[in-house]
Write a protein that binds this ligand. Structure first.
Ligand code: ADP
Length: 215
């Protein structure tokens, strides 16, 4: 079973590739953004606190994140034996505490997949998604702010996980099928097989295709 962290700036495809990994492996998909948006939609007191941050593109304080994420990860790992963490951890304090909790709860991550694409491509995809889905934080100003927050708070995690020897960097500025093929090869090379029999199915490589934002 896989225990994977997806690390990526907004628009690089972490939602799309997390969903694919989840389908292929049976591990639970845990999206911090989806969990936070669900809390906001419920209109709870916690949801109102969360919305104050997400609407501006600022990070939600670590305490709130851990109170929402930890029970979800523990339940997912119990139910499926694995997880694909989409959007968490996102700051060095989150990463360090997640590593401690991982050891304590025997839920350590096997791999961190870092998805990257040029900034203007990220902006283009997110504006595209805004036209499709109308997410409240997909306006140009908030998108630019989220990218700056990523560069300041989240990008340092790349070196941290590289140092731990579990980082895979993938460019997503190319057809989605090619990214998937690399992901599949890498998981198989590390002996991380899907839960079902037969291994991860082959993904045909394509020579050209669009690559919409799916996160
Ligand atoms: P994106 O990657 O496109 O910004 P997400 O759905 O992952 O989209 O996150 C949306 C928002 O939710 C973020 O801008 C931030 O406000 C909040 N958020 C998500 N994950 C975290 C996290 N781990 N820590 C703090 N805030 C988070």
């Amino acid at each position: 079973m896989v225990r994977v962290i997806m690390l990526s700036p907004p628009g690089a495809g972490k939602g799309t590739h997390s969903r694919w990994l989840t389908q292929q492996t049976g591990a639970a998909h845990i999206s911090s953004g989806d969990l936070l948006r669900a809390e906001v939609a419920r209109g709870s007191g916690l949801g109102r606190q969360v919305a104050a941050y997400t609407a501006r593109g600022d990070l939600v304080p670590d305490e709130l994140i851990f109170s929402i994420l930890v029970p979800a990860v523990v339940a997912a790992a119990r139910d499926t034996g694995g997880y694909v963490l989409d959007g968490f951890p996102r700051t060095m304090p989150q990463a360090l505490r997640a590593a401690e909790l991982g050891l304590e709860l025997d839920l350590t991550s096997d791999a961190v997949i870092y998805l990257s694409a040029p900034e203007e491509e990220l902006v283009r995809r997110l504006l595209d998604r805004a036209r499709r889905d109308g997410r409240a934080d997909d306006t140009l100003g908030v998108i630019r702010h989220r990218l700056a927050v990523f560069a300041r708070e989240t990008a340092p995690l790349v070196e941290y996980y590289r140092g731990r020897g579990i980082l895979l960097k993938l460019s997503t500025d190319r057809p989605e099928a090619d990214v998937r093929a690399d992901l599949r090869d890498w998981l198989q090379a590390r002996g991380l097989k899907p839960s079902g029999a037969g291994g991860i199915p082959d993904v045909p490589r394509r020579t050209s295709a669009g690559n919409a934002a799916g996160d």
